[in-house]
Design a protein around this ligand. Structure first.
Ligand code: CA2
Length: 146
């Protein structure tokens, strides 16, 4: 089956436990389970990883090369700062979809900038956990040449 890595960055392990008014009450484990189930339904084998470390994210992106067919990345605050992550995604030449739970463009100006957007197929933000499901469908369509 076609493999997809869902990579979540710093603080997303806290999902569902803090700031529910911004990020909702669904935990990361629930999001990951829903993604695995949806992936299976549409013929994608979903692997999930969360790390709070920028270098760990770079390592995970490198390790996906030749193993996974695509990436879904919520890089958390590194979205707005990390040229290293942007370079990592560009270097592995895998289709990547950038996801954010919140609508980063409706928030503070420093969240409007995304380095990842330059190398991603596209960005999905503001739809909460559903955004990851939308990203899986987008990657499926992309990989099928739709
Ligand atoms: O909206 C998103 O998904 C973000 O990537 C979340 C990041 C934020 O820095 C980005 O600007 C937008 C923050 C993740 C913090 O996650 C928490 C989850 C629950 C409770 C506290 C933090």
């Amino acid at each position: 089956m076609t493999g997809i890595l869902i990579l979540n960055g710093p603080n997303l392990n806290l999902l569902g436990t803090r700031q529910p008014e911004v990020y909702g009450t669904t935990t990361l484990a629930m999001v990951e389970e829903a993604c695995r189930a949806h992936g299976e339904a549409i013929g994608l084998s979903v692997s999930c990883l969360q790390t709070n470390h920028e270098g760990g994210m770079v390592d995970a992106i490198h390790a996906a090369r030749g193993v996974q067919a695509g990436l879904i990345i919520n890089a958390g605050a590194y979205t707005h700062t990390s040229i290293a992550l942007m370079d990592a995604v560009a270097s592995v030449e895998l289709p990547a979809v950038e996801v954010h739970l919140s609508n980063i463009h409706a928030r503070e100006p420093f969240r409007h900038v995304s380095y990842l957007a330059r190398v991603a197929l596209g960005q999905i933000c503001g739809f909460g956990p559903q955004g990851y499901i939308m990203a899986l469908d987008a990657l499926k369509g992309h990989l099928e040449g739709a």
